[in-house]
Design a protein around this ligand. Structure first.
Ligand code: EPZ
Length: 450
C-alpha cells in the first residue's frame, strides 16, 4: 500500500476504511431518529413530565434538545433515556441558528401553537436533498384557524379570538408529507372538535408519534392509514414512552451484509417496517430470514441488477435509496433507480463514480451498470444517507477509502463506525488532523487496522 496523503479540512475527523473485509455477528439497532425527533417536539404538548426511552445518541437529537431547552423545557439525558420537564414554556420563538441546521426542528410549530396560542418558527430552508418547503404544514394550520404570516424568514403563527384553541376541520394533504402529517396531528390533539387528515403519511414514525400522543391522553384514530382522525382534548398528561427501532439504520446494516457478502443479524427490528427493503434485497439476490419477532438475518448471494423507485410508505423508502445504489453498483446487469420523493437526492452518484461505479443520471433516474469491483478513494460526504452509502461502498472497495465531512453521518447514525468495527469492518475514525495530513506508511496503516 503506497503512502498517500489527503488534505482534510481543519478540525474535521475523517473515516478511513480498508475494504473487502468479511463481517459477522449481530448488530444492535438504536431507536429511530425520525421518530425520536417528532416525539421530542410532541413533548411540548404535555404540561408535565415526559420520560423517553431508547432515544438514539446522535447530533440531530442533541440539536432538538437545544431547541426545546431554548423554549424553556428542562431536559436531562440519562444513557438512552431523556427526562423532559415541559411544565413551563418560556419562549415561543425558536432560534434561527438551530432551526436552519435541522429541518425537523420546524415540527415544533404544531405543538407550540396549539399549547401556547402562538409560535414563531424560522423557515428551515433547503438542504442538500431539496428545497424542503413547509407549505403543507402552514396551510393545514391555517385551515384549523391559525393566522400565519411569513416575514423576514420567520413563520409567525397565532390563534385568533379569545379561547386560544385551534378548531378541528377536514384537511387534505396534496402530498403525504411525513412532517406535515405529524405537525397537524400534534396540533389537532388540543384543538376544539374533530380534525380529519386525509392523504396522510403512513410511515411507522407517524404511528409511533400517534402512540406517544395517545399515551399522553390524546384521542387519535387511523394513524398508519391514509386518514387520521383526531378528537381534541383540553389537556394532556405526563408519559413514559419507548421509541421504536430505527428501520433505516437496520436497512443500512442489511446492505452492509449484502455488499460485503457477509452474514449479519440485526436486533431489535420490527420486520413489517422493513417489508419493502427486504423484498428489494431478495430481488437483488441475498436471503433475508426473520428470526423470532424482532431479529432479522441477511445471508449473502450474488447480486442481480434490479430497478428501484422510491415512494411514500409502504413503498420503498427514499432514505434507503443511496445505500441501495451503492449495492447496485456491484450487481450484474443494468439497474434503474428512480427518486420520486426529493428533487436532489443523487449527490452520492459523483462520489460513487470516483470509486469506479458506472452510473448515469437522467433527471430523477440513475442508470447503473454493475462493475466487478469498486476502488477505494478519498471522498466527501454531502448529506446524511449519501454518507452511509459511501461507507458501504468503502467496505466493499479494493483498498483504502477516506471519507470527509463526517458531521453528515453523525447527524443520523448512532455510532455507525463503532458498530461496524464490532462486526469486523476494518475502519477507524481519525480525529481532526489539521490542514495537511500525510497518512502513515503502509506498515503503520495495516498495523493500525488489523
Ligand atoms: C421526513 O422528512 C424525514 N425526516 C426524512 O428523513 C424522510 O426522507 C422524509 O420524511 C420522507 O420519508 C424526519 O422525519 C425528521 P416530507 P419530511 O414532508 O417530513 C415535499 C433522513 O434522512 N413537501 O415527507 O421533511 C418535500 O419537499 C431524513 O432521515 C412539500 O412540498 O419529508 C418532499 O419533496 C431526510 N411541502 C416531499 O414533500 C411541505 O409542506 C416529502 O417530504 C412538506 C413537504
Amino acid at each position: 500500500m503506497t503512502q498517500s496523503s489527503i488534505s482534510v479540512e481543519e478540525n474535521q475527523a475523517v473515516l478511513e476504511i480498508y475494504g473487502r473485509s468479511k463481517l459477522s455477528g449481530e448488530v444492535v439497532i438504536s431507536g429511530a431518529k425520525n421518530s425520536a425527533l417528532a416525539i421530542m417536539a410532541g413533548a411540548l404538548l404535555c404540561p408535565g413530565d415526559c420520560h423517553l426511552d431508547n432515544v438514539p445518541s446522535l447530533a440531530d437529537i442533541e440539536k432538538m434538545v437545544q431547541i426545546l431547552t431554548s423554549l424553556g423545557l428542562e431536559i436531562v439525558r440519562k444513557g438512552q433515556s431523556l427526562e423532559i420537564k415541559a411544565q413551563n414554556i418560556t419562549e415561543v420563538q425558536a432560534p434561527y441558528d438551530l432551526v436552519s441546521q435541522m429541518r425537523a426542528s420546524f415540527f415544533v410549530i404544531g405543538p407550540l401553537l396549539t399549547r401556547m396560542g402562538v409560535a414563531h418558527i424560522p423557515l428551515p430552508g433547503g438542504c442538500a436533498i431539496g428545497a424542503r418547503p413547509v407549505d403543507l404544514h402552514v396551510r393545514g394550520l391555517q385551515a384549523m384557524g391559525a393566522e400565519v404570516i411569513i416575514e423576514h424568514g420567520v413563520v409567525q403563527a397565532y390563534i385568533k379570538g379569545n379561547n386560544k384553541r385551534l378548531v378541528g376541520t377536514k384537511i387534505y394533504l396534496d402530498y403525504p408529507s411525513v412532517g406535515a402529517t405529524e405537525t397537524l396531528m400534534m396540533a389537532a390533539t388540543l384543538a376544539e372538535g374533530e380534525t380529519i387528515i386525509e392523504n396522510a403519511a403512513c410511515e411507522p414514525e407517524v404511528i409511533d408519534l400517534a402512540n406517544f400522543c395517545a399515551a399522553m391522553g390524546a384521542n387519535i384514530q387511523g394513524a398508519g392509514t391514509k386518514t387520521i382522525t383526531v378528537s381534541g382534548v383540553h389537556s394532556l398528561h405526563s408519559v413514559k414512552y419507548s421509541i421504536i427501532p430505527d428501520r433505516i439504520e437496520a436497512g443500512t446494516f442489511l446492505v452492509a451484509g449484502a455488499i460485503t457478502e457477509s452474514e449479519l443479524s440485526l436486533f431489535p427490528v420490527i420486520p413489517e417496517h422493513l417489508a419493502s427493503v427486504i423484498a428489494k434485497l431478495k430481488a437483488i439476490g441475498p436471503k433475508v430470514v426473520i428470526e423470532g419477532v424482532n431479529r432479522v438475518r441477511i445471508i449473502p448471494a450474488p447480486l442481480k441488477a434490479t430497478d428501484i423507485e422510491t415512494l411514500p410508505f409502504p413503498g420503498f423508502p427514499t432514505d434507503m435509496q443511496a445505500q441501495f445504489m451503492a449495492l447496485l453498483t456491484l450487481a450484474e446487469g443494468n439497474s434503474i433507480v428512480t427518486e420520486t420523493v426529493f428533487e436532489n437526492r443523487m449527490r452520492h452518484v459523483a462520489e460513487l463514480q470516483r470509486m469506479g461505479a458506472n452510473i448515469r443520471v437522467k433527471g430523477s433516474h440513475a442508470i447503473i451498470q454493475g462493475v466487478p469491483c469498486l476502488g477505494g478513494a478519498p471522498l466527501i460526504a454531502t448529506d446524511l444517507r449519501a454518507s452511509a452509502a459511501l461507507v458501504l461502498a468503502g467496505l466493499a472497495a479494493e483498498g483504502k477509502t477516506i471519507i470527509q465531512s463526517l458531521h453528515h453521518l453523525d447527524r443520523g447514525y448512532d455510532n455507525l463506525d463503532g458498530k461496524l468495527q464490532k462486526v469486523g469492518a476494518r475502519l477507524r475514525r481519525i480525529p481532526s488532523v489539521g490542514t495537511e495530513n500525510q497518512l502513515m506508511s503502509s506498515e503503520e496503516d495495516s498495523a493500525l487496522v488489523r
